[in-house]
Ligand binder design. Sequence first.
Ligand SMILES: Nc1nc2c(ncn2[C@@H]2O[C@H](COP(=O)(O)OP(=O)(O)O)[C@@H](O)[C@H]2O)c(=O)[nH]1
Ligand SMILES: Nc1ncnc2c1ncn2[C@@H]1O[C@H](COP(=O)(O)OP(=O)(O)O)[C@@H](O)[C@H]1O
Length: 227
Amino acid sequence: MGASVRLLRAVLMGPPGSGKRTVALRITKGFQLKTFSSGDLLRDNLLRDTEIGVLAKVFMDQGKLIPDDIMTRLTLHQLKTFTQESWLLCGFPRTLPQAEALERAYQIHLVMSLNVPSEVIKQRLSARWIHPSSGRVYNLEFNPPKAIGLDDLTGEPLVQREDDRPETLNQRLKAYEDQTKPVLEYYREKGVLETFSGTKTDQIWPCVRAVLQTKVPQIDPKASVTP
Ligand SMILES: Nc1nc2c(ncn2[C@@H]2O[C@H](COP(=O)(O)OP(=O)(O)O)[C@@H](O)[C@H]2O)c(=O)[nH]1
Ligand SMILES: Nc1ncnc2c1ncn2[C@@H]1O[C@H](COP(=O)(O)OP(=O)(O)O)[C@@H](O)[C@H]1O
């Protein structure tokens, strides 16, 4: 079956701060692919003070993962709304039970893993600022906002994520090593894993783009050439 007719079911993985959202944003600008971030969905629940948001905060503040049953239910429910589009999950699955539950519902065609060293990640996250309601992400060195402290599109204030503090970040990096790395192995065995190693998103991005070009239609070939 040709790439233009099959809907792509893809996953973007990588430790906290590896650039998943930065890459996902470039992907949505260039490709006909819906992206979905589990962390953004949780933070949206947190902002709206929903039952899931209140529960999730307890885990997120400690740098721990949300229990699998809650996270899986939430994600699969959300995916039901994307029936006619190709999609890319960002931040889900993060454990083997989540990967197995996803596999029972959908065949996953492509898993892209961003492999960025921990020291680079720690440096980046100390300078990460986000716009909570959209998930737009900035970095004071790499992609600073036009006006310091304000979102480029809405002018609303940017915040630093509480879980980017060094103690919590160490917990999140440990959770990635212990619980998420086995998921990479799971997908490697299935033959769908592509790994992108590097210290700069601008070096990794052309490789991601090249892989996607073989699998999913572009919105405008020129739009995905530059970030
Ligand atoms: N210095 C630098 N910062 C980057 C690079 N790529 C992404 N960032 C920033 O690093 C932080 C983490 O990126 P993000 O996409 O939020 O990572 P995620 O946690 O994997 O979704 C953000 O502040 C980005 O703006 C890069 O190549 N160099
Ligand atoms: N698939 C998931 N399973 C369990 N917890 C999750 C999942 N996705 C997100 N979370 C929770 O949300 C937090 C933030 O996730 P995310 O925004 O993807 O950040 P990052 O990629 O920077 O770690 C995680 O530390 C975890 O507590």
